[in-house]
Design a protein around this ligand. Structure first.
Ligand code: ATP
Ligand code: MG
Length: 511
């Protein structure tokens, strides 16, 4: 009976942070390493992490933390900005118009949130704040994205270049100039739209707000950055860089998926539009890296034990009684080694861990979860979720097959090493990583014989691998020659040559 309640508590853990209130999230949060301290710094940061790595949870945790110290947090889910349902992605509308809407909508959402905060609790000089918010609302109405399209049309023997300056939703006449060039000087590209943004008095309005907040810092937390269409992302980034980031007293944190983000693009005057990550006082922090736990399996075990304990123990009926510790909790739930196997199967991604644990608990019925339950669950999760995520992407599917054939089939391993530069030329590797079918074990491994070449160590997803084991396609558990990659220091064994063992991505597949 007790076991049944324990297993059911595992199944009931929410899969997305959005479905839980902020206060519960603050109490269930487990900080990986120094991540929480880093996140709490006043620096502007871009928080990268693949799906399910805990970006939303981290932002809510931070928002609770800063409000406890008296600061003001504004959390925005960028998927829910604006009322023009889906218009940001409507390619029939020009980027400048969509961009203008996005920028204005975002500012309005910030305005709205601050107004709510001001009415709910004491956050500084109220009269001054309301005044400043009015100024912000006004400033928002004049922000606009201006697109400049360079088009070439041949007129008679010479080519003429037309600079059509398109002003978004406030059409103005007479801004188009026509210049004539000789045929030889036709070096411009055709139809590329370059943007710049008209900010108006926005910076002043923001300074007014921070002044009204007094000692309180404003934390602007932007979630789901990658849900914004790629072509508009640099525009919103530009607005942040030039008006929000330089305002003293405001800290910006952006949660994004690295492969689906574009923070800058070339601008009209040879400059750039957006944020240059790393350079513009906005640094990147990667949750994926923190969740690698430097390959210390014990760190990962501890993290996930805490995570399950925090989420599930509050969901236990009172008859069961609260377990004494995280470690005691997982020992109640899992048979010998089954929890370690779950940690391996999670590959550092909390949502995958939660889903696999829930499936394993289902398989186990009223019994403690066994190794076989975890493996079956990992396979099911791989088939149901991860594999379908790339079902439309034939080149990624093909690459995965080649990798499995070579690494698992021929080399009898789950891990492999590739030359970093060669890897960058293969977009599919990135795509598989993004889809959580490949995982990074270690970046920038050096071979002392060729110190100029850096290697990255990868693992093929546990679920993918275990599905081969279960379905009998592998006769035995392969001996893992790449085991050193997962050891704390990642030192290759004697006689192991990275240069020789590194996978040549161009030579995969049948000769
Ligand atoms: N550090 C953590 N401590 C406790 N629970 C966590 C932690 N990180 C993630 N989780 C849990 O894992 C699940 C996924 O997290 P979350 O929804 O924040 O992911 P995400 O990175 O925002 O994903 P997506 O990109 O899909 O929005 C949630 O149930 C969340 O509570
Ligand atoms: Mg999220």
């Amino acid at each position: 009976m007790r076991q049944k309640h324990l297993n059911q508590a595992l199944m009931r853990i929410p899969r997305r942070a959005e479905s839980t209130d902020r206060y519960t999230l603050a109490s269930t949060y487990v900080a990986a390493g120094s991540f929480a301290a880093m996140l709490h710094s006043a620096d502007h940061q871009i928080l990268y992490g693949r799906r399910g790595t805990g970006k939303t949870h981290a932002l809510h945790f931070l928002s609770d933390l800063v409000e406890r110290t008296g600061d003001v947090a504004v959390y925005l889910d960028l998927r829910t900005i604006g009322s023009a349902g889906g218009m940001y992605g409507d390619v029939a509308v020009s980027a400048s118009t969509r961009g203008t809407h996005l920028l204005v909508d975002t500012l309005e959402a910030v305005h709205e949130e601050l107004l709510t905060a001001a009415s709910e609790r004491d956050i500084g000089d109220e009269t001054k704040l309301l005044e400043a918010l009015d100024t912000l609302a006004e400033a928002a109405t004049v922000v606009e994205v201006v697109g400049q399209v360079e088009q070439e049309t041949r007129v008679g023997g010479s080519a003429s270049t037309e600079h059509g300056i398109e002003l978004s939703h406030r059409p103005k006449a007479g801004l188009s100039s026509r210049e004539t060039f000789s045929a030889e000087s036709r070096t411009r590209r055709t139809g590329v739209e370059r943007h710049h943004i008209v900010f108006g008095p926005l910076s002043r309005a923001l300074r007014g707000i921070t002044r009204a907040l007094g000692q309180r810092r404003l934390w602007l937390l932007l979630d789901e950055w990658s849900s914004i269409p790629l072509d508009l992302q640099p525009l919103l980034a530009d607005l942040l860089r030039r008006s929000v980031l330089p305002t003293a007293g405001i800290t910006v944190k952006i949660a994004a998926i690295e492969r689906r983000s574009r923070f800058s693009e070339p601008g009209a005057a040879g400059d750039y539009v957006g944020i240059e990550v790393g350079a513009d006082a906005a640094s990147a922090v990667s949750l994926d890296d923190f969740l690698m736990f430097d390959q210390q399996r014990s760190g990962a075990r501890e993290f996930f034990a805490e995570l399950f304990f925090n989420h599930a123990s509050s969901r236990l009926p009172s008859v069961v009684g609260k377990p004494a510790s995280a470690e005691a909790f997982v020992e109640d739930l899992f048979r010998r080694n089954a929890f370690n196997e779950l940690v391996r199967a999670a590959e550092g991604v909390p949502r995958d861990a939660i889903n696999i644990a829930a499936l394993a608990a289902q398989h186990a019925h009223n019994e403690p979860i066994a190794m076989a339950d975890v493996r079956r669950a990992a396979r099911d999760w791989y088939m149901r979720d991860k594999q379908t995520a790339i079902s439309e992407n034939s080149s990624a599917r093909h690459m995965l097959r080649l990798l499995v054939d070579e690494v698992v089939g021929r080399r009898r391993s789950r891990t492999f090493v590739v030359d970093q530069l060669a890897c960058m030329r293969h977009e599919t590797i990135d795509e598989l990583y993004d889809a959580r079918l490949l995982h990074v074990l270690k970046r920038g491994i050096v071979d002392h014989k060729t110190p100029g070449t850096l290697y990255d160590g990868f693992a093929i997803d546990y679920g993918c691998y275990v599905s081969l084991l279960i379905d009998g396609e592998l006769s035995s558990r392969p001996r893992d020659k790449g085991g050193w990659l997962a050891s704390p220091k990642s030192v290759p064994p004697d006689g192991f040559s990275l240069t020789r063992e590194a996978l040549d991505l161009t030579k995969l597949g049948p000769p």
